[in-house]
Design a protein around this ligand. Structure first.
Ligand SMILES: Cc1ncc(COP(=O)(O)O)c(C=O)c1O
Length: 325
């Protein structure tokens, strides 16, 4: 039997929990009812939720004697950037495999700039779709092995049963930081962040806001959570699909509003793809009466700010706001 994996320490823990009194008041909640868990402040590589997951997946790669981390994602993937940062910290090589062709303008900015500083090798695979991207990454691994490297493939978005442990721990952190916690609101992409929280806090206390990164988000969350918490049922998961809009890379009205409220009332900047959608879900839940005064709600800030600077629609929106001032 193989040894159990011991996670690496790649971040700054525990991340702080802070009040959001002005946003709470604007949503009709008590000033102490709304808190923010700052997983954007995890440290390494600009920070974000992916660090907690990489502590496990990279530990597994090292246990398998890897010298190169290979992963996939959209070109503005925060997970890819933080995989590159983990590789830099540990003296490993990073190869990031993206769909499509290298773009121009905003498509070459944001996370891609940081990937370059972090020394990652970028492969634009020319393919589209998650399955084809997975095949492209496997071909890159085969090429690297033929060249004498020892690659480890870190799963899409860093999500697996193993990496969900990172957010199981975050759930435990939250229990001690926020007694009486009623609801935590989190962006749902590749699934293991929500899955770990569900495994720790239960399905009832975890509201995931789907960003539209995958077609089968509910099934993925269930599959990553159940090995840690066998009672979790897919039907019990609370998932809001109302903020996907025209798709993962687009900027909907509810997201614009959420980003504006958070920045304008609390000085907390969100990204258009993940945390902006998660906050839009929180605002909508408060307006529906699903989040009520007198109960403690936590917004989990999962990072992703560099993506804002690689998002043409968000940049155009900010430009329009400046004009109307
Ligand atoms: C900033 C940010 N927040 C949230 C998520 C979603 O996390 P997960 O993929 O574990 O569902 C991601 C993942 O891509 C992310 O980059």
């Amino acid at each position: 039997m193989s040894e159990p994996i011991t996670p690496l320490s790649l971040g700054t823990w525990p991340t702080p929990v802070e009040p959001m009194p002005r946003l709470a008041a604007a949503l009709g909640l008590g000033r102490d009812d709304l808190l923010i868990k700052r997983d954007d402040l995890t440290g390494l590589g600009g920070g974000g939720n992916k660090i907690r997951k990489l502590e496990w997946t990279v530990a597994e790669a090292l246990a398998n004697d890897a010298d190169t981390l290979v992963t996939t994602g959209a070109p503005q993937s925060n997970h890819a950037r933080l995989t590159a940062a983990a590789a830099a910290r540990l003296g490993l090589r990073a190869v990031l495999v993206f769909p499509g062709e290298q773009g121009a303008g905003a498509a070459r900015s944001g996370n891609l700039v940081l990937d370059a500083f972090l020394g990652a090798e970028i492969v634009f695979s020319g393919v589209t779709g998650q399955e084809a991207l997975g095949d492209a990454a496997s071909r890159v691994c085969a090429r690297l092995r033929a060249e004498g490297a020892r690659p480890a493939l870190i799963p899409f978005g860093g999500s697996s049963v193993l990496s969900a442990r990172g957010y199981l721990r975050c759930g435990e952190e939250l229990k001690s930081q926020v007694p009486g916690l009623r609801t935590v609101v989190v962006a749902l992409g590749s699934g293991a962040t929500m899955a770990g929280l569900v495994a720790s806090l239960g399905a009832e206390r975890t509201l995931g806001v789907d960003v539209g990164a995958v077609d089968d988000a509910r099934r993925r969350v269930e599959s990553f959570a159940v090995p840690h918490a066998p009672d979790v049922r897919a039907d019990d998961l609370r998932i809001d699909r109302g903020h996907i809009g025209a798709g993962y890379a687009s900027l909907g009205r509810s997201v614009e509003e959420a980003m504006t409220l958070s920045a304008g009332l609390e000085g907390v900047v969100l990204d258009p793809t993940y945390t902006g959608r998660a906050m839009a879900g929180l605002v909508a839940a408060a307006r529906r009466g699903e989040i009520v005064p007198g109960e403690r709600t936590v917004f989990l800030h999962t990072g992703g700010l560099p993506g804002l600077f690689g998002h043409a629609e968000a940049l155009a929106f900010a430009e329009d706001m400046r004009r109307t001032e």
